[in-house]
Each structure stands twice: as C-alpha cells, then as structure tokens.
Design a protein around this ligand. Sequence first.
Ligand code: PMP
Length: 371
Amino acid sequence: MTSSNRIYLDYNASAPLRNEARAAMMSTLDIIGNPSSVHTFGRKARCIIEEARESVATLVGVKPANVFFTSGATEANNWFFRGGWETALVSSIEHDSVLEPIKRSRINIKHILTSSAGVAQVEELSEMLLSRNGCNLPMCASLQMANNETGAIQPVAKLASFCRYYGIAMHSDAAQAAGRVKIKLDELGVDTLSLSSHKIGGPSGVGALVIRDGFDLPALMLGGGQEHRKRSGTENVIGIAGFGAAANSAVRDLKEVSRFRLMRDRIEHNIKSITPEAVIIASDADRLVNTSCISLPGKSAETLLIKLDLKGFAVSSGAACSSGKVNSSHVLSAMGLTSDIIRGAIRISVGWNSSEAEISSLAEVWSKLFS
Ligand code: PMP
C-alpha cells in the first residue's frame, strides 16, 4: 500500500483498512440506538451485529452462536485463561497476550519446547501427559495457529487430539492465521479460538473468542448480559460492522493466497541474491504465505528498520513491543538462534493491498542500502 510514496509491508502488525470495512463502518456511523433496545432503531443496530457475526462465523467454519465479540485477540486470549485452570500447557512462542495472563495468575505453566524451525514440539509431550493420567485437576493447553514473528504454522490439530484424549481444554490464538489459512474449528478440534479484526483489514479494537458448542467458559464481563451473558457491555456496533465486512473479504482472499506466496518468495529471493549472508528464519517450517522473517547477522534490526523507514518502507522487528522499542525476541530465543541472528532480524509481511511493484522497489532500495 502506498501512502504519499510510502510502502507498507507490516501487515502482521496491522493490515490497512479494507475498502469494504470502511464502507460498512461509514454506513453504520449514523445508526442510532442501542442494539439491546426493542424499538426499530435498536433492532437495526442488532441486525448489523448479527450479520457481522455470520460473516465471522463463516471465516472459521462455525455457527454464528459460537462467535462472541471482544475488543480484540488480546481480550479473547485473556478470557480463555479465566477458565479456572490449575495448569496450562503452552508453547514458548505464544504472543504476550497468552503468556502474561498465565504468568500473573496462579496457574502453573508447563512450556512446550520449540524446534529450531520455530515449531512447537508437541510429540515430546506424550510422556508428560501419560504421567497425568488419573489426575482430575483442570488443565488447559494453548497453541497459536501461526507465529506472528516467523509465520511458522503450528501443529494445533495434533495437540488438540492429545488434549481430547487426556481431557485437557484447548485454546488456539488464530489472530495471524485467519484469512491466510483456511480455518475450520471442528477440523482443528480446539475448544476456543481467538481472532483479531485489524489483522484481516478490519478496524482495530475488535475481535472475537469463538467457543465450540458445549464448552463451558465462565463469563468474562458481568453486567447487562450482552453476548449471550458471556461478555456484558454495549457492543461496538461500528467496529463489529467493519470486522464482519473484513471477514467476508478475507474469506474471498483465501482463494488468492498464491499471490501472497509469490510476493513473499520474491522478497526472500531478492534479499538472498543481494545479501547472501541473509538468513531466512523458520524457512524449514510450513509458514504463512505472507510472512518473512529475515536476519542480517551482525547488524541491528533497529538500524535496518530506521534505514528502510527513511527510504519509505515500513517493516518491523519481530520483537517490536508496544512502546515501539525493540526488545529481544522470546520467539527467536526459544528457537535457539544465535544472538547476532536475533539482533539482526526483521519481519516483512504483505497482504491484500501489496503489489509486485512494491516488492521490486524494496529490492532496489535493499541493494542501495545493504549490498
Ligand atoms: N495474538 C497474536 C499472535 C498477535 O499477533 C496479536 C497482535 N499483535 C494479538 C494476539 C493481539 O491482537 P489484538 O491487537 O487484536 O489485541
């Protein structure tokens, strides 16, 4: 996406707003009424929410009643850990919105190790799970569908089948996978799934927790009883309308993921030809088609980002934290990468509005800056 000659290649941080989402929100701005009101105004607002719920449900292959709107994937991830668990089994490469709520609770944490390719090693769990046989304390597991920094796709269905066998509740953070990988909740076999609107070209500040039929999770917010009494609070009608429209577009885009793969592969090919010392991180894993995590060992990611930004390119360090500072990445560390590879790692991610021309411009600038 170009905005005053700037090129945006940071879709995993936040995708630009899709035209369909903008239009849906614009047409909702003047809707008067609380969606819980029974008069015509209220019913109109309710209708917008329920249409969006259908669209989001289609994105992950569930019924609309399984979708509970939240303020984003962070809230959805936090919600799952309010389930009264005694122990949580989590990969070490989860997003902080999974790791932090566990760390700050009384839940015991057991880490699933990560391979050097960036994939959670769920096979190694069988012994630990066997030793749990007969234990009745509530246990849960959480494994993201795809990693936000490397794009590595995780063996969620495999872990879910272990979890079902051992009676462990399972959650998956699908914030990065939605719209890039086909998702069917039933096929994955998880109990809950979190989604984020701004990763698929909707507005930020809205997302969902998808809960399978019959899975009992306590309400997150108590009050007026919205979202089937699970998440009280007057709904964000405008945001939800945008999320629904973005979900429709994301479903359509699933048919053209090969376009994203081509762009991603060209980026990597160009960078390797210009700077042969570049390391493509997680290249041995099955990865999201839009994501590339590349390191120039010995360089600092912060310097690379600033140099690229000065030339008009927005990419990110996999480890950018909310303050914008670059921290050491817990994901790349868990993969056992050397510190000079970690220090020099940046993430380039494309999406619905990226073009071949942008990829060519990046190659030209890369060559000027780093060859
Ligand atoms: N999980 C993952 C994997 C993410 O990449 C992000 C966003 N960086 C989140 C959760 C949080 O999503 P949100 O911004 O909607 O709270």
